[in-house]
Design a protein around this ligand. Structure first.
Ligand code: ZN
Length: 141
């Protein structure tokens, strides 16, 4: 969602009503409301609520950075938290996809949801220094 928008269309000194903000960024009004719930600053002193262009631009750029943030060596991506998380007990399973690639899965230490991370088979010896890896039916990694 955040990928398609262009924060450069936002005038930083302008105050936007929610529908204007949606229009200039190219997203729906509910999307903007969702961003407000997630922390986009809004001026609630009067109606209609106003969003400062600079805040809107910063929010979008930060959201992009979060989306692109690489995983730390000891993290996998939590599908439920939608963030990088460490697996419970540093325990992960390696599930092969092909002879050379597979994915690591674990349990989120925050929400107990499923963590996922793609990796190459050749990375396993290095990853074994970080995680307790169970290679399903693969013998030694
Ligand atoms: Zn989680």
């Amino acid at each position: 969602m955040v990928k398609r928008v262009n924060p450069r269309n936002i005038k930083i000194h302008q105050a936007y009503e929610i529908d204007q903000a949606a229009c200039s960024v190219g997203v729906s009004i509910p999307t903007i409301r969702g961003w407000i719930k997630k922390g986009l600053p809004v001026m609630r002193a009067q109606k209609p609520f106003l969003i400062i262009g600079a805040d809107l631009r910063e929010y979008i750029e930060n959201a992009r950075k979060r989306a692109k943030a690489p995983l730390q060596a000891n993290q996998l991506y939590c599908l439920r938290c939608r963030e990088a998380r460490t697996p419970m007990g540093d325990m992960v399973d390696y599930l092969p996809i092909s002879p050379t690639r597979g994915r690591l899965v674990g349990l989120c230490s925050e929400c107990e949801g499923t963590l996922n991370r793609f990796c190459s088979r050749s990375a396993l010896p290095g990853l074994a220094n970080i995680f307790d890896i169970d290679c399903k039916g693969q013998g030694e990694a």
